[in-house]
Design a protein around this ligand. Structure first.
Ligand SMILES: Cc1cc2nc3c(=O)[nH]c(=O)nc-3n(C[C@H](O)[C@H](O)[C@H](O)COP(=O)(O)O)c2cc1C
Length: 318
């Protein structure tokens, strides 16, 4: 089946599926596999603070696939400027900026020929991103794994509100791990979906097997929003997330909470597999994920389920 949407046209991909940038889960192998499967693979730039390993990773992707790929630049990291310079120097075709002001880099990236997508979580932020000149917005609801918007608007509410206000391509994110949810996203006004947690659980993800096992064993209540006072982050519940929740409701200042969390907690959890004391970024879709599979299989499932679910409801409209 041939899927043509504003996003497949913009990004020159076969299927309207984008791999969300992911620290410690979204490495070279996953990006190559997603791109090779006809979707947009994304290298999680947050994990690269040294130039050399970033350059060699980008070069590995380029030598392994001729298909488009993206670099994610989370603007909350102090090495974001370096990521931007390397993206330009290495002629990365697409950049996904997140967690910051889109006017900071968009113009510069676009002047250098890079298609620029930006992650937002409110209608107001989508308008700012358009003013900044982005090519498409990734609209992320609060079901999503990882950092979330303060207002915690869900995907099902956010997408139609944005679709009413803007005409540039919309990529829906947050909670999407099945073809049924993909179909729903298109009905709500999206032109593609961005997927994180499902791909983090794939065979090719660089996440530790302990992390993947926890996703597979997840239930509806297995994730929680932490760090609400600093910057909301959805994680799998574990003993460290309990501490984070307690700190949120304590008399500790934001700085004291940050000191207690310390640095490197998500690497400890996702990459090293410390499921008790690490931070395990993951979304509510965890409960829908039953097994660790190759990403090409996950993508086949998504497309098949989307078509089947459309066929299943067609008769309602007779
Ligand atoms: C393990 C993990 C790491 C993530 N790291 C980042 C990141 O570095 N930058 C970013 O923009 N988003 C990050 N995200 C969010 C994803 O890019 C994506 O938008 C989100 O996972 C979509 O929601 P879903 O998890 O429900 O599929 C991360 C998500 C996960 C699960």
């Amino acid at each position: 089946m041939n899927f043509k949407t504003k996003v497949t046209e913009l990004l020159n991909i076969e299927y309207p599926i984008v791999e969300g940038g992911m620290v410690w889960a979204g490495g070279v192998k996953l990006a190559i596999s997603v791109s090779e499967a006809g979707c947009l693979g994304t290298l999680g730039g947050g994990a690269f603070s040294d130039e050399e390993s970033l350059i060699s990773s980008i070069q590995t992707i380029k030598s392994s696939t001729i298909k488009p790929f993206a670099l994610n630049i989370p603007m909350i990291y102090s090495h974001a400027d370096m990521l931007v310079e390397i993206a330009i120097a290495q002629s990365v075709p697409i950049v996904i900026t997140s967690g910051g002001d889109p006017s900071k880099y968009t113009n510069y990236l676009k002047k250098n020929g890079i298609i620029t997508l930006h992650v937002i979580s409110t209608v107001g932020q989508s308008l700012k991103a358009i003013n900044a000149g982005v090519d498409a917005v990734i609209c992320e609801g609060s079901e999503a794994g990882g950092h979330n918007g303060r207002d915690e608007i869900t995907t099902i509410s956010l997408i139609p509100q944005i679709a009413k206000k803007i005409s540039i391509p919309i990529i829906a994110a947050g909670g999407i791990a099945t073809g049924e949810q993909m179909l729903a996203s298109f009905v709500l006004g999206a032109d593609a979906v961005q997927i994180g947690t499902l791909f983090a659980s794939s065979e090719e993800s660089s996440a530790h097997p302990n992390y993947k096992k926890m996703i597979i064993e997840s239930e509806d209540t297995s994730t929680i929003m932490t760090s609400r006072r600093n910057s909301p982050v959805r994680v799998l519940k574990n003993s460290f997330s309990k501490k984070m929740i307690n700190w949120d409701y304590s008399n500790l200042s934001k700085e004291e909470i940050n000191d207690k969390i310390g640095r490197g907690r998500s690497m400890q959890g996702i990459l090293m597999g410390d499921i008790d004391n690490g931070i395990l970024l993951a979304g509510q879709s965890s409960a829908l994920i039953q097994r660790v599979e190759p990403v090409s299989q996950q993508i086949n499932n998504l497309i098949k389920e989307m078509i089947q679910s459309f066929d299943r409801i067609k008769h309602y409209f007779n």
